[in-house]
Ligand binder design. Structure first.
Ligand code: KG4
Ligand code: ZN
Length: 346
């Protein structure tokens, strides 16, 4: 029997969740709206907002779960990767609680937790499975052999898929985070209207920085046939008029290319490993086009596909809690001397 309180504070969501024997009792998220006006997450403001939010968020998580503080068996927290100031707030809070309650502390890797979000619901993938983890900071194909044994078999060499969405949105003049907005406009657009190039990257790795540049040139040329050349730049008015008139088709075409880049590597990974249990995870797995694509392509490829519930895709503490649960079962505790890390190694 284990009741885990989990805390996530790696970026701009302050989140807490309670899980009992692997069953989620509560999952609370306070999204920091303050960053919208800056077009991206401001680390210093994120840390301050975590400081303000963490006590009420944990309070609500415990209340929703109908669990008293003294019923907790362990405290799990996101140790890495993320914004260091943001991570420190969650880590210090978790350490203090662990010390006060005299209960073990569990350090969780944020990317491992995104993968294990697939184990929260009853329809769980069987081991070994592949997980395409796509977030604002990462794009990885992970082979997962057991809850605590996983390896990255492919990853981006430059931008993450979420960055490709967010940077495209920024170029189009849409607010941060742009991914959900591109998703929304794409639903009304024609994905075959514009063809953006697919990068030729070796093995199971990805690249998205070239796509961003080609979109920039394309818009600077107002969609002219020579849209990959830098020199045919139109006026700012003509560029804006082109965006205003064609936004849904531009979003649908960009989204379709990002999805095909991701899916082609996932197909390759499945062929190479022979694994047909396939999941997605991370903020970009909330994208409706990607959710449809994995199901459609999965049925053609003979895969069993799994998609976490929407609230378990973007940053949340339920995924930290489920990882904490498996670490608790394995007795993987950490000392109070542990420190958070901004870096990604695992
Ligand atoms: O996993 P996540 O919440 O935070 C990180 O760990 O980075 O992922 C955030 C990313 C952002 O880039 C955001 O634009 C993207 O996920 N995202 C989406 C959608 N919802 C969130 N991208 C495309 N379509 C969406 N519906
Ligand atoms: Zn994340």
């Amino acid at each position: 029997m284990s009741t885990i309180l989990a805390i996530e504070s790696s970026c701009d969501e302050t989140a807490a969740a309670v899980c009992k024997d692997g069953v989620m009792l509560s999952n609370v998220i306070a999204t920091q709206k303050i960053h919208e006006q800056y077009g991206g997450v401001v680390p210093e403001l994120a840390s301050r907002a975590h400081m303000q939010n963490i006590v009420p968020v944990v309070d609500v998580a415990l209340k929703n779960a109908q669990i008293e503080m003294n019923q907790i068996d362990a405290v799990a927290f996101t140790q890495a990767p993320g914004l260091i100031g943001a991570l420190i707030v969650g880590a210090q809070f978790a350490k203090s609680l662990s010390l006060a309650l005299q209960k073990p502390l569990i350090a969780v890797h944020h990317m491992q937790a995104h993968v294990l979000a697939n184990l929260i619901d009853t329809n769980k993938p069987k081991f070994p499975f592949l997980c395409l983890t796509v977030s604002g900071g990462h794009t990885q194909i992970v082979q997962c052999d057991s809850p605590l044994e996983m390896k990255v078999i492919g990853q981006t060499i430059d931008d993450a898929a979420g960055e490709a969405f967010d940077k495209t949105a920024k170029i189009l003049g849409l607010p941060y985070p742009g991914g959900p907005l591109i998703d929304k406009y794409a639903k009304e657009g024609n994905p075959d209207r514009y063809k953006f190039p697919e990068p030729q990257i070796k093995d199971l790795d990805f690249s998205f920085s070239g796509l961003k540049t080609s979109i920039l040139y394309f818009l600077n040329n107002a969609g002219a046939a020579s849209h990959y050349k830098e020199e045919f730049v139109v006026s700012a008015e003509a560029r804006q008029k082109f965006i205003d008139e064609n936004l849904p088709d531009i979003c649908a075409s960009v989204q379709s290319r990002i999805i095909s880049i991701l899916m082609n590597k996932l197909i390759k990974a499945s062929k190479q490993t022979g694994i047909k249990e396939v999941c997605i995870a991370g903020g970009v797995s909330a994208n409706s086009g990607l959710r449809n694509a994995i199901q459609e392509i999965g049925s053609k490829q003979g895969w069993n596909t799994y998609i976490p519930k929407f609230e378990y895709c973007t940053d949340n503490a339920a995924m930290i809690a489920i990882t904490g649960h498996y670490k608790y079962l394995a007795g993987e505790f950490t000392s109070l001397h542990t420190s958070p890390s901004a870096r990604s190694e695992w």
